[in-house]
Design a protein around this ligand. Structure first.
Ligand SMILES: [Fe+2]
Length: 222
């Protein structure tokens, strides 16, 4: 593969909140694009699968790009052995993500700069053997959703910046407490719970109450 895109963002938020945007999917309600190209039975049947050491895989489905005005199906170009228009996702603990949307692969790497500041590096990847036309198609597809002026990425950044603001000392807390357990389907939080359980183990803190030491029974909540 070959990197064809790079940019970075420095955001006033905790690094885990960025990783969350790749682990939980109910924030898809924030993305107009995702609501109109997904949100059908196949989307809601996607499953989050957890693996040892805090890693997660988010199941795929067929995205209906042509439901978004101005977009068309991306079926013409995919990656070897992968069916077109799918959306695969791998989240590696503690802050790396591989996000494959049909014809373009995005990779995020987070570097915490402090408890309330994170640098996120975004890379777009295609195949080394791409023809100039194929490469241009991948770049267009990548940038229209994930580029700095694309459809989705800034919405995620606004979300985590807002979360970071409400967690700052002295700011008024705005929290919605919920724990969704929905048979590990796409809006279940099992991926996040799995991630925070691993974080708690490393930090010796109980994710549900960070003042307390980590305790195995916290895992029973999964
Ligand atoms: Fe998002």
């Amino acid at each position: 593969m070959e990197v064809f895109h790079y940019h970075k963002a420095i955001v006033n938020t905790n690094y885990k909140l960025w990783h969350d945007t790749n682990c939980e999917f109910y924030h898809d309600f924030m993305h107009y694009h995702n609501r109109v190209t997904g949100f059908n039975d196949a989307y809601f049947a996607r499953k989050n699968e957890s693996f040892e050491h805090g890693h997660i895989v988010v199941g795929t489905f067929e995205v209906n790009y042509d439901n978004y005005e101005g977009f068309e199906s991306r079926a013409g170009l995919s990656f070897p052995h992968l069916p077109p228009n799918q959306w695969y996702m791998i989240d590696l603990f503690p802050g790396m993500n591989f996000n494959l949307r049909g014809s373009a692969l995005r990779c995020d790497v987070v570097t915490p700069l402090g408890p309330d500041k994170v640098m996120i590096e975004f890379r777009g990847l295609g195949l080394k053997r791409d023809t100039p036309e194929e490469r241009q198609t991948r770049i267009n597809h990548h940038n229209s959703i994930w580029g700095p002026f694309g459809r989705n990425l800034h919405e995620d950044l606004i979300g985590v910046q807002g979360q970071g603001t409400t967690m700052r000392p002295g700011s008024e807390a705005r929290r919605v407490l919920h724990g969704r357990q929905e048979n590990q389907t796409i809006h279940d939080e099992n991926g996040m719970r799995h991630y925070y359980a691993e974080w708690g183990k490393w930090m010796n803190r109980l994710p549900s109450n960070p003042e307390m030491p980590y305790a195995e029974p916290a895992l029973a909540a999964e």
